[in-house]
Design a protein around this ligand. Structure first.
Ligand SMILES: NC(=O)C1=CN([C@@H]2O[C@H](COP(=O)(O)OP(=O)(O)OC[C@H]3O[C@@H](n4cnc5c(N)ncnc54)[C@H](O)[C@@H]3O)[C@@H](O)[C@H]2O)C=CC1
Ligand SMILES: O=C(O)C(=O)COP(=O)(O)O
Length: 389
């Protein structure tokens, strides 16, 4: 029986991928084999010795101590692209909220008092405060052209906007999907200087934290609109509030309310709703449940952020050995020697590295003994060893 600890509500559609005769799933379980979560913060959490995998039913993994997981040979999975359409739709909504001052106008209307005739008079007199602008012909800057950024860029093009994009590490897959008339720019500063509206779709990490700061705000066009449905940390909020107050920034629409932002009249903060559609919740949960199950039951790795992609069809009837180890010389030699010296024939074997980690899958003829496992486990650089029958 595999034990799965859930740290957030995970869609039933996803949990149904883990059959009850093989999986015990609870938010309170002891000694879990895997954790499934959404945005719960795992930093500082005590990591159970039994943990083999963490599945993030979503895109961002900054709520997971990935380095610490890697040091213990624990695989971390996410659900790339599974919620991208939901985020795109909210970003498109944000563009209209900003362009037409919809939230501010609604607030104005909600506070009108008097008879309907008086309200009508106040409406007609007050509406000039909310003259907006239209999107065709405006320039949208997209920073980060991954699953979400590509969808946003393509939709904005379809709405008649000029779109410029920045992503120095764009994947071939994203480049294929991106509308061919999205224009690349080669620096954040260049994008910021040329866009009327800017949207961010990058992970939060050391390179992106504070991406929007006072200096960069100074480069932007007067009345620029900023949209942040990525992570709060990529924006220096105090600098944005200052820029909003002097009219440099027309509106800041984001998914991350804070005390600095939530009451500002030119700032619309939504309660982290980017991925909160039934479709996205189902997609993410199904994808990540399948990944975790495949890893626990077969040792295969799909969509891991710290282990290399390895999907090896099972060879023969014997045991499968899986080893997570540091990406240093001679690990494979030591693993295969330990297997060979136990007189076990290897039918099929695959080894691949990703960053600091490497992962080995070996199908052997017959049973792998506890001695072989212990010998491999004791090898310097080996982080996790499993035998799958
Ligand atoms: N508000 C919400 O509910 C959601 C927020 N997100 C956030 O949005 C982020 C992006 O999501 P996806 O597009 O699905 O991820 P993704 O991994 O498909 O795309 C991220 C892109 O950012 C690029 N990138 C990384 N560092 C960069 C930098 N310094 N400058 C420019 N580009 C850079 C990468 O090359 C990649 O193409 C996630 O990491 C997450 O933090 C994602 C989904 C839902
Ligand atoms: O997928 C992401 O990165 C998100 O931010 C979505 O978070 P959530 O699953 O809605 O808590």
């Amino acid at each position: 029986m595999y034990k799965i600890l859930t740290l957030n509500n995970i869609s039933v559609k996803g949990l149904e991928r883990l059959p009850r005769d093989r999986y015990e799933i609870s938010s309170e379980i002891q000694n879990p084999d895997a954790v499934l979560l959404r945005s719960a913060n795992m930093h500082g959490m005590e990591i159970p010795g039994t943990l083999k995998a963490v599945g993030r039913a979503g895109a961002g993994v900054n709520n997971i101590p990935v380095t610490q997981m890697s040091e213990r040979g624990i695989a971390v999975f996410n659900a790339p692209g599974a919620n991208a359409n939901a985020v795109k739709e909210l970003v498109v909504a944000a563009m209209f909220l900003a362009a037409r001052d919809i939230c501010q106008a609604w607030e104005f209307a909600r506070h009108l008092k008097g008879s309907d005739r008086e309200i009508n008079d106040l409406t007609e007199a007050g509406k000039k405060r909310f003259v907006g602008f239209e999107l065709p012909g405006r320039t949208l800057g997209v920073i980060g052209l991954g699953a979400v950024g590509v969808l946003v860029a393509n939709t904005a093009r379809a709405m008649g906007m000029k779109v410029i994009g920045y992503d120095p590490q764009i994947t071939v897959r994203s480049a294929w999907r991106l509308a061919s008339d999205v224009q690349p720019v080669y620096s954040v500063d260049e994008l910021m200087a040329e866009a009327d509206m800017i949207t961010f779709h990058v992970p939060e990490n050391d390179a992106t934290r504070g991406l929007v700061n006072a200096k960069r705000l100074g480069l932007m066009r007067e009345g620029v609109v900023l949209m942040n449905f990525a992570r709060s940390g990529i924006v220096d909020e105090a600098a944005v509030v200052e820029a909003l107050s002097v009219g440099k920034v027309h509106a800041y629409i984001c998914d991350f309310p804070t005390n600095t932002l939530k009451d500002h009249p030119r700032c619309v903060t939504l309660p982290h709703l980017g991925a909160s559609t039934h479709e996205a919740q189902d997609n993410c949960a199904v994808m990540v449940a399948d990944e975790v199950r495949e890893y626990l039951e077969a040792g295969n790795v799909r969509n891991s952020v710290n282990l290399p992609e390895i999907v090896l069809p099972r060879a023969g009837q014997g045991d499968r050995l899986t080893v997570v180890n540091a990406n240093v010389p001679n690990m494979l030699g030591q693993i295969s020697t330990a297997v060979a010296e136990a007189s076990l024939n290897i039918e099929d074997m695959y080894n691949k590295a990703k960053g600091n980690l490497a992962y080995t899958v070996a199908d052997v003829e017959g049973k792998i003994t506890a001695e072989v496992v212990e010998r491999i486990r004791a090898t310097e650089g080996v982080l996790a060893v499993r035998v799958i029958e």
